[in-house]
Design a protein around this ligand. Structure first.
Ligand SMILES: [Zn+2]
Length: 244
């Protein structure tokens, strides 16, 4: 069930959708539309105030998406002004010169610093792969911050422990569990989503330590470990990877 309407905020049309989400999500699409979804329990006044507080970021992002050069490269290239998500929150990517490759969050920006040799042509394959690598290293660092506490809580609830947690970017799965070795692999991309998604995937993979297949028994156990799994899973459905 959703409810949608368009409002004007500081002269910018914003599409508001109320639906089953946990947080207020704000994004600017490649076509330059401003889209906001928010939970049923959040009042419209709170949402409008939130959007207002981000109006500078929205304006800056809109002005960048309307540049023809960006339109050409919007298909694949990651460049300044692109929107990236970290733990479900939108940030505008800023690529700046620096002595080494690194990434950090500064207010509403995700800043990536690159040595000068990458900056002449940011759309070159070398520069693009340096940007992707830096972003992935940043996501891996974010995962390392959150995982010890989150996996300990999930293991306490499930009553079983993984032998090892690994993170890497995967094309078709959010996570996987090697039931022989007890090693669990988590998709790095989960650090782009609300942390609940990661929590759910950990519970899902720990459930495989009891049941290998996705049968009735599996889902019954998963429900005791992570009751809200259906809702979180449907939230992840639009993003690419699927669970195994
Ligand atoms: Zn599975």
């Amino acid at each position: 069930m959703t409810s949608a309407k368009t409002v004007q905020i500081a002269g910018i049309p914003v599409q508001l959708t109320q639906k089953r989400v946990k947080n207020i999500n704000l994004r600017v699409t490649r076509e330059g539309r401003v889209v906001v979804s928010y939970p049923w329990h959040t009042s419209e006044a709170v949402v409008l105030a939130f959007i207002e507080s981000r109006s500078d970021w929205i304006r800056a992002t809109l002005s960048r998406t309307s540049l023809p050069s960006e339109k050409n490269s919007a298909g694949q290239n990651i460049i300044s002004g692109c929107e990236v998500s970290v733990w479900g929150q939108p940030y505008a990517l800023q690529i700046i010169p620096g002595s080494r490759r690194t990434a950090y969050i500064s207010a509403h920006d995700l800043v990536i610093t690159l040595p000068n040799r990458y900056l002449n042509d940011l759309t070159s394959e070398t520069s693009q792969s340096a940007i992707r690598k830096t972003f992935d290293e940043f996501l891996a660092k974010e995962m390392r911050k959150i995982l010890p506490e989150m996996t300990a809580a999930a293991e306490a609830k499930a009553g079983r422990s993984a032998s090892l947690y690994r993170t890497r970017r995967m094309k078709s799965r959010w996570g996987s569990c090697n039931t022989k070795t007890g090693a669990i692999t988590l998709n790095l991309e989960l650090a782009e989503h609300n942390p609940e998604a990661l929590k759910y995937v950990i519970a899902h993979e720990l459930t495989h330590l009891y049941v290998r297949r996705h049968n009735k028994e599996f889902y019954a156990l998963l429900t005791t470990f992570y009751p809200n799994w259906k809702e979180v899973r449907s939230g992840l459905k639009n993003a690419r990877p699927s669970l195994r």
